[in-house]
Design a protein around this ligand. Structure first.
Ligand SMILES: Cc1ncc(COP(=O)(O)O)c(C=O)c1O
Length: 385
């Protein structure tokens, strides 16, 4: 039994994840159950677990914790964010039309464009920071809106309440990839979302040592449908990794406080730097999505992007980094910098990328939880010629 109390704050709920579940020993840390299969007590009877793809106690502890954290009916854990997205997209049928944020993780674009398109899924990429543009892109066979907010890598902010209302009016499934902010900073179900998606590889895992994905369904009915797809396709998260993710969740709120504070300071500092020509961070007062972000989220997150004069300059910055690692991914305790045009967003056709402003001089920084003085000192030396 989970001892979680509905009156606890999100911070306390996170710390108490799994506590009180291990009835056999009272262990605070919920155990890893590696068993692939389970003995039946008798013909037609089950302990509740038959086969680990269909159900595993450690995965169940994680999935219930995540559902509770998000305020949803059901959580489902997958071997990666892409496995979660693939499973989710299998909910749709050939001929269905999806509206999708154009400021999108490149891997999601690749999945839609190079795989699901072959199976007849029709996708329009729209500027989801503009609700009118989303409405204008609707078609009679539109079934869902899939957004990332803030967007990746330009940190555009969508108005969740407006989009939620639009989805309700047009009977669209509203799906939010909430990887950048997590349920601690942004709660999409409060704005009418039906399903949330996470690359738990990022902030939820938080230590760059785990690859995992999550789906959370707001209603039991949707949860049942997604469970059917999870069990049928099998991209589940192994029990050892479920345990690691349970352990990581305990410090999520604390880590995010530091990510937020550091990112805000770095963004302001970058704005003042002569070698930097633009900074994209929703916490900056002049960011176009600042007011909406302030209204709908509890913090602006740890992700920012910035431009330097030329691609050569960007390459030199990456080359000179010392504390900050030149590496893909985001959301871990260590600061990471990437060049989206050739890494995370390489699969987006060049013309589209350039139209969006994802060019060789745009750098994306996942601000870690190191001392901000050390992060700024590293940026200073990397930006100096
Ligand atoms: C916003 C977002 N969604 C989904 C994914 C895919 O997750 P994973 O790398 O865990 O498969 C990523 C990966 O970078 C991401 O940034």
């Amino acid at each position: 039994m989970n001892s979680a109390n509905a009156n606890w704050t999100v911070e306390s709920t996170l710390v108490q994840v799994g506590v009180g579940r291990d009835q056999a020993t009272g262990g605070l840390s919920f155990p890893i159950y590696p068993s692939a299969t389970y003995r039946h007590p008798a013909l037609g009877e089950s302990t509740g677990y038959d086969y680990t793809r269909s159900g595993n106690p450690t995965r169940q502890a994680l999935e219930e914790a995540v559902a509770q954290l998000e305020g949803g009916a059901r959580g489902l854990a997958f071997a990666s964010g892409m496995a979660a997205l693939t499973t989710l997209l299998l909910h749709f049928s050939a001929g269905d039309h999806l509206l999708v944020s154009r400021d999108l993780y490149g891997g999601t674009y690749r999945l839609l464009d190079q795989i699901f398109a072959k199976f007849g899924l029709d996708v329009s990429y729209v500027d989801t920071t503009d609700c009118d543009a989303v409405e204008a892109a609707l078609r009679p066979h539109s079934r869902a809106l899939l957004i990332e907010s803030p967007g990746n890598p330009l940190l555009g902010v969508a108005d969740l309440a407006q989009l939620g209302a639009l989805c309700r009016a047009h009977d669209l499934l509203f799906i939010v990839d909430n990887t950048f902010l997590t349920p601690v900073l942004q709660r999409p179900f409060d704005f009418g979302a039906d399903i949330t998606v996470y690359s738990a590889t990022k902030y939820l895992g938080g230590h760059n040592d785990l690859c995992a994905g999550l789906l959370v369904a707001r209603t039991a009915e949707l949860g049942e449908r997604l469970y059917f797809l999870q069990n049928s396709t099998g991209g589940v998260l192994p029990p050892q990794d479920c345990w690691l993710l349970l352990r990581s969740l305990k410090t999520l709120a604390l880590r995010l406080e530091r990510h937020n504070a550091n990112a805000q300071e770095v963004a302001v500092w970058l704005q003042e730097h002569p070698a930097v020509t633009a900074v994209y961070y929703p916490g900056l007062a002049d960011h176009p999505g600042h007011a909406v972000a302030k209204r709908q989220s509890r913090g602006f997150g740890g992700m920012l992007s910035f431009r330097v004069g030329t691609p050569d300059k960007a390459a030199r910055v990456l080359q000179r980094l010392q504390l900050i690692s030149f590496a893909e991914s985001l959301g871990g305790v260590e600061s990471l910098m990437t060049l989206p045009a050739v890494q995370t967003h390489a699969d987006i056709p060049e013309a589209d990328r350039l139209r969006l402003g994802i060019c060789g001089s745009l750098l994306r920084l996942s601000v870690g939880i190191e001392s901000v003085c050390d992060i700024l000192a590293d940026l200073e030396q990397a930006l100096s010629d």
